[in-house]
Design a protein around this ligand. Structure first.
Ligand code: ATP
Length: 305
């Protein structure tokens, strides 16, 4: 009697929710120190930054108040924010949205350049992913990560408290992983109307443009690995050790730029790079100016993308 041949294995169809973070894989990919960090993953919250700010504010204001950073990831943020309270648009599964709370062993005036150091670390982390042309991931002052000139990552650093020897901060990071076209249309409609021409450096893009298998899990692991060493280094020495790396990844080096404050042009000139405090150096008709971060937006002014 012939045995019935085994039915061919049905290829496992990916579960409907396979865009979610694979915690086991993420933990495997983390470096040893990041492995110990508590990583919370929630379906939905208002804002992961706001959640962790509340948590930090409840701690005793001491340098050793938090043994290790806390990471909180949310698939959906109903009140995600960028700088100046502007909204951050994201679709569940298309964006990696998380915040990291930590106590930096420096007073508040020793935090100059922290958001630039984070940006520089993220570029290094993202360039370890299997993306085509990793050199196309670059920095726009003060703290945007661009991909092929468009906006890939937004960073928002907030301070919960500070003492003469420590500052509690929450670092919020939004990375567009997939769905660039839908996102770009939504952000355009939100900002200037659907028919407005795109402004270089502000159009959203996503990792899937250069990495077909872009996924939240590997992106999270790459970013956390890079942040772990960057936070250690920043805690010890501030921005200075990041200056050269930031400048090496500067998207607008040598380009003519304009700086705006509340819609008004403040300055125009050639972007040189950043100094050891993270200030942008601009060669203007009046000479070299150093611009500190604040309520300032930077745009390319030489007509290119
Ligand atoms: P600017 O260069 O205009 O000063 P910014 O770098 O300070 O901007 P953020 O505050 O980091 O911008 O981000 C908020 C802005 O980013 C929003 O006003 C919107 O234009 C844009 N934006 C919102 N969601 C996304 C997204 N998912 N990807 C890229 N850009 C986005």
């Amino acid at each position: 009697m012939n045995a019935k041949p085994p039915s061919p294995a049905t290829p496992a169809s990916p579960p409907a929710d396979d865009w979610r973070i694979d915690r086991e894989r993420a933990v495997r990919l983390f470096g040893p120190a990041a492995h110990d960090w508590p990583i919370e993953i929630v379906e939905e919250t208002g804002s992961t930054n706001a959640d962790l700010m509340t948590r930090l504010k409840a701690l005793p204001q001491r340098r050793n108040a938090l043994a290790r950073p806390i990471v909180r990831v949310a698939y959906l943020q109903t009140a995600g924010r960028g700088r100046r309270g502007r909204s951050w648009v994201a679709q569940p599964g298309d964006a990696l949205l998380f915040s990291l709370a930590c106590v930096v062993p420096r007073p508040i005036d020793g935090l100059a350049g922290l958001s630039l150091a984070i940006g520089s670390a993220l570029v290094d982390g993202l360039r370890t992913l299997p993306v085509a042309a990793p050199g196309q991931i670059a920095l726009k002052w003060p703290n945007d990560v661009l991909l092929e000139g468009d906006k890939l990552v937004g960073i928002l650093v907030e301070t919960a408290w500070s003492t003469p020897s420590a500052t509690a901060v929450v670092i919020g990071i939004g990375t567009n992983v997939r769905g660039a076209d839908t996102l770009a249309a939504k952000v355009r409609a939100l900002n200037a109307g659907a028919d407005a021409p795109p402004v270089p450096g502000t159009t959203p893009t996503a990792l899937s443009r250069v990495w077909p298998n872009a996924n939240l899990t590997d992106t999270l692991a790459a970013e956390l690995n890079a942040l772990e060493s960057a936070l250690q280094r920043f805690g010890q020495s501030g921005f200075a050790p990041f200056q050269a790396r930031w400048n090496a990844c500067h998207a607008y080096a040598g380009r003519e730029v304009a700086l705006f404050e509340q819609g008004k042009e403040l300055m125009r000139g050639v972007a040189v790079g950043v100094d050891e405090r993270g200030q942008l150096l601009v060669d203007t008709a009046q000479g070299r100016e150093a611009v500190a971060t604040g309520d300032i937006s930077l745009r390319i002014a030489d007509g290119g993308a």
